[in-house]
Design a protein around this ligand. Sequence first.
Ligand code: FEO
Length: 397
Amino acid sequence: MQAVKISNHVYWVGAIDWNIRDFHGYSTKRGTTYNAYLVMGEKPTLIDTVKKEFYGEMMERIASVIDPKKIEIIISNHSELDHAGALPQTVAAVEPKEVYVSAMGLKDLTGHFHKNLNFKIVKTGDKIDVGGDTISFIEARMLHWPDSMFSYLEKENILFSNDVFGMHYATSKLFDDENDERIWLTEAEKYYANIVLPYSDIVLRLLEQVKKMELSPKMIAPDHGFIWRKDPTRIVQLYTQWATQAPTNKAVIVYDTMWGSTEQMARQIADGLRTGGTEVKMLSMHANDRSKVALELLNASALLLGSPVLNSQIFPAMADVICYLKGLRKKGLIGAAFGSYGWNGAPVDSLTKTLEEMGVEIVAPAVKSPFVPDEAIKKTCFELGQQVSQKLTEKIK
Ligand code: FEO
């Protein structure tokens, strides 16, 4: 397997994972890549490795450029195992003079591998000489792990940004300008919604910090998806937009149904929203997965949760998606709950409590239907949709 030259002295030596469909709970319908980069200065330097299973592929690509034993420096920007899984094997094979990590990176890697790792700790502002060029480090704590950091190749103006600015998208085309925007825009947005969203405040602070450092990368090289070379500012602008979470006139209805009653309620609410001028996405957990829900919620400002009651609990698929959404900490939402039940409506009320715990502003008490909704309940649902729509319209004024 061959490396791909991406600039004067830098090669892509990563791996393409065409077949992964579940990345720790994130549905990766288009697979992913694990990007690693070889900087061919006088001191050959490897930036990140790959998932353990792809160690052989990475080493073959490196060997197409240089004897791997000649690598003098390894930088680990992030300790998660899709980038560091092959690190111990690579260090053992290459025997580099130095391995650089952040302080938290060393802690995490020690936790992963239970070895005494003789790695050097770097922090924001530290620089290393790679022979003919310099790499400086910028810690990117909590984007999306405490250890995450960026490396910046100064003369070539390449920002190696690890997970940030990436996407889960297996593609043989290594650059932004070679890929179809109609596909990648959704994948980039989905990645932000599922991985980066909880840390949006940190994104905005980091982008401000990078701006003050007056870096103007001619390339941004993340560890997933492709490399931004045509217009690296594009993904930075998108991150700014997604992190800002400005109010929109869009609502998502996330629900499940047992015998169709909760779905009838959802459809009435959706129609109330629609007639109020709000864009609405109905997301049945029979037909959608949690990653799709996260994607649709990213640019929405209202969340409505609906569930039937089963054995005095909300439906299991709803419990799953709620657990996931709580972790994503989407801001600025309004919402309400609804659902049908047979003889115990309390679980539907618990959805309102859940929304409150998520920081959602409650528009109205839960609408509950004993068994199949009658005309009065359907009307209440329709009016709930209208009420939410009106609130959204006021918010975006
Ligand atoms: Fe791509 Fe946080 O690992």
